[in-house]
Design a protein. Structure first.
Lengths: 300, 417
């Protein structure tokens, strides 16, 4: 009799599903991965696809990414056409949960106040324009709160029983963001109205948030490589306006910015745009902190 | 008696504390509910602020009393119906190639700059997990129009890991047969693909294919594909002056079976290794007595992604064609070795070595070394230079050079390849 009871208990233990396994989340970028980890806490296991130093525009989809997506509970994408390569991967994943419209599909850009949505006819005469607006929205830390909320709602859809935990984590994350934003606002206050130049038109959200003047780009149009004539005009303009800083991401070539910096005296500020792209900026908040400190130092 | 008294005390104690406990529990529940509602109110307030901001950013509509010019009147008369949002993705790609060559009979359209092909792509979703792709091409000297591909893709069949493609498409054989020409890193097709598979852009067929994502452990991607097709007749013409041009390609008629096993694994965080095995077969041409024809392929690809958008690609593909011809050795082999280096988002260089026999019963082989440079102008256009030093089975040694200009309009997405 005792043996039968022990056997039944053992079988029941084997059949009972293990104490909730972590949710499998896949993100397209390390910023999204970091925010997801903060909201999900120890209830999630996050896999990121693009390397932090990679340009999200140009990630080549690989077959091995599909192995990460096929069993994922949730996927988080930038949206706005920024990480369009995710579409091919999600389509090939055989995972209905994470296909667009599924409960596990999270577009992190929902609710963002989008900038630079082209009006009228949109074509490639504008360069490699994003028809849905400028997608570099996470360079404004206020937008990170909206993204965090989208991720929280996705996690709640995926695991409703953990709603309270996700909401609590979201609240804590927003508080830490608010504290950091206050610090950054203080640091950047004295630079209000100062002009900067950037390599690509990716800093528009950052400059709007911190009241800088986005005065031009090294690229003549988005995605079009710099030409000598455009660079020459830019140098003239920078000298006239006394522009002190050229912001560029780690993956852009330094040749033209270095030349412009030498001619104008402006500092070339090489910045991460994803968490982990530089060693000392492993999280989203650390990355923004790195950006703000370095831009502030260059504008002094 | 004592026991009864003690027992009564316990009951009384329980009766006194229970309402208190119940009341405390009720208070906790209420507090929790209040907190939840406060959180929801805060979220709704945030959403309201965002919507208000969006409304305030919208352009102010002109007053109806203000005079309008005729263009504005015309624009106002076109009321959006929403139907435009249901349009598929439409794109067009134009491939222009200029060719010079030291020998006639080797390169098609020698000493000309001609449009090699115009491809109109129409792609979209029919249903949440069903896609449609149609590619119409105009090619050849007279730019005759034909349907290159028109197929539906079922992205998930039940919970099985199966997907399917039905219609006309480039069959899944080898590494590059299903890759559209404008996606090649070189101008001309590898000799082994031209000689033993198909001398056109690729081997297409009408039929169906199922693909199964293998449940492999770890990070290994594995997909098995099986297809049954009616192969398309090829329309490639060699510009041979004196001799009858050999009939290139697989030469299967009526029914073609294909199979492919595609494996891939990430190597570290920034490299990927792929291995593919392919097979195809069917009955050959009537002129040869319907010989049983088989093609086997092995392909290897290794890609390494470096900093600043650089990438190295190493690729090799080998094929063996077997035709059961009476009294003849119907085995023919071929391969290519490819290396490319992406210097940045705008520049690519590469080298390819080709060696391929002619299909049985022909004898002889073609070989060549090609170097190419690609300058990407935008995401949808590039210019490419290729120089080839080769040996043609019939024409002997030759040198050819190509200038290619590819440009595209509209979005044009391809499946993972």
């Amino acid at each position: 009799m005792k043996f039968r009871i022990i056997a039944i208990l053992a079988i029941m233990t084997a059949l009972i599903s293990p104490a909730s396994a972590r949710l499998d989340i896949v993100t397209s970028s390390s910023n999204l991965a970091d925010i997801t980890r903060n909201i999900g806490g120890n209830l999630v296991s996050v896999t990121n696809l693009a390397r932090p130093s990679e340009d999200i525009h140009f990630v080549e989809p690989r077959p091995s990414f599909i192995t990460k997506l096929k069993n994922a509970d949730m996927v988080v994408v930038y949206g706005m056409g920024f990480d369009q390569w995710m579409r091919t991967l999600i389509d090939n994943s055989r995972n209905k949960k994470i296909m667009q419209g599924g409960p596990g599909y999270v577009d992190a850009s929902v609710g963002i106040k989008k900038r630079e949505i082209p009006a009228g006819k949109v074509d490639m005469s504008m360069g490699e324009v994003h028809p849905l607006g400028n997608p570099h929205y996470l360079l404004d830390p206020e937008n990170a709160k909206i993204t965090a909320k989208n991720i929280m709602l996705g996690l709640i859809r995926t695991s409703p029983k953990n709603e309270n935990t996700f909401r609590t984590n979201y609240g804590k994350y927003v508080k830490s963001l608010d504290a950091a934003i206050d610090k950054w606002n203080t640091l950047m206050r004295s630079h209000k109205g100062k002009p900067i130049v950037s390599y690509h038109k990716s800093w528009i959200y950052f400059t709007a948030r911190f009241n800088l003047d986005d005065s031009g780009t090294v690229e003549p149009k988005p995605g079009i490589p710099p030409s000598p004539s455009h660079v020459s005009k830019l140098i003239q303009a920078m000298k006239q306006e006394k522009i002190k800083a050229i912001l560029m991401e780690t993956f852009y070539p330094k040749k033209f910015p270095a030349l412009i910096g030498k001619q104008t005296g402006a500092e070339v500020v090489v910045l991460p745009c994803e968490a982990g792209a530089v060693k000392s900026a492993g999280t989203y908040i650390e990355m923004m902190d790195y950006i703000v400190r370095n831009v502030s130092a260059a504008l002094k | 008696m004592k026991i009864h008294f003690i027992f009564l005390c316990f009951i009384l104690l329980g009766l006194i504390t229970m309402p208190g406990l119940a009341s405390a529990q009720a208070d906790d529940d209420l507090n929790q509910r209040v907190q939840q509602l406060e959180q929801k109110i805060e979220e709704l307030q945030n959403e309201l602020e965002i919507l208000k901001a969006e409304i305030s950013d919208r352009p102010v509509e002109p007053s109806k009393n203000e005079p309008d010019d005729s263009e504005t009147l015309q624009a106002q008369s076109i009321q959006p119906t929403g139907n435009e949002k249901l349009l598929p993705d439409i794109s067009v790609i134009v491939d222009t190639v200029g060719t010079v060559s030291s020998k006639s009979g080797v390169e098609e359209n020698r000493d000309h700059l001609l449009i090699r092909g115009i491809e109109l792509g129409i792609q979209g979703y029919l249903y949440p997990q069903i896609k449609g792709d149609v590619f119409i091409v105009a090619e050849g000297e007279d730019l005759s129009v034909s349907v290159e591909e028109a197929y539906a893709s079922f992205l998930q069949i039940g919970q099985t890991g199966l997907t399917a493609n039905v219609g006309k498409k480039f069959v899944d054989f080898g590494k590059i047969n299903s890759v559209h020409r404008e996606k090649w890193p070189y101008v001309t097709q590898p000799f082994v693909v031209r000689n033993l598979l198909n001398p056109d852009e690729g081997l297409t067929g009408q039929g169906a294919q199922v693909n199964y994502l293998l449940p492999l452990k770890g990070d290994i991607f594995g997909q098995a594909s099986f297809g049954i097709w009616k192969p398309s007749a090829h329309h490639h013409e060699h510009d041979h002056e004196d001799e009858e041009s050999p009939e290139l390609g697989l030469g299967v008629q009526n029914r073609l079976y294909t199979g492919r096993l595609w494996l891939s694994k990430a190597v570290g965080g920034s490299a990927e290794a792929e291995l593919g095995f392919s097979t195809a077969g069917g009955k050959g041409e009537e002129e040869l007595g319907f010989p049983r024809t088989r093609l086997y392929g092995l392909d290897l690809t290794y890609r390494v992604w470096l900093e600043q958008n650089r990438r190295i690609l190493l690729q090799a593909e080998a094929m063996r064609q077997k035709r059961s011809l009476p009294g003849e050795d119907g085995s023919r082999d071929g391969y290519y070795l490819l290396g490319t280096y992406k210097l940045d988002n705008y520049n690519d260089i590469g080298l390819r070595y080709d060696w391929a026999q002619l299909p049985a019963p022909e004898l002889g082989h073609d070989s060549g070394l090609s170097a190419f440079y690609t300058r990407r102008l935008t995401e949808t256009s590039y210019v490419r230079l290729q120089a080839t030093r080769g040996s043609d089975a019939n024409a002997g040694n030759y040198t050819s050079a190509f200038l290619q200009f590819v440009w595209g309009l509209g979005p044009h997405a391809h499946d993972l390849q």
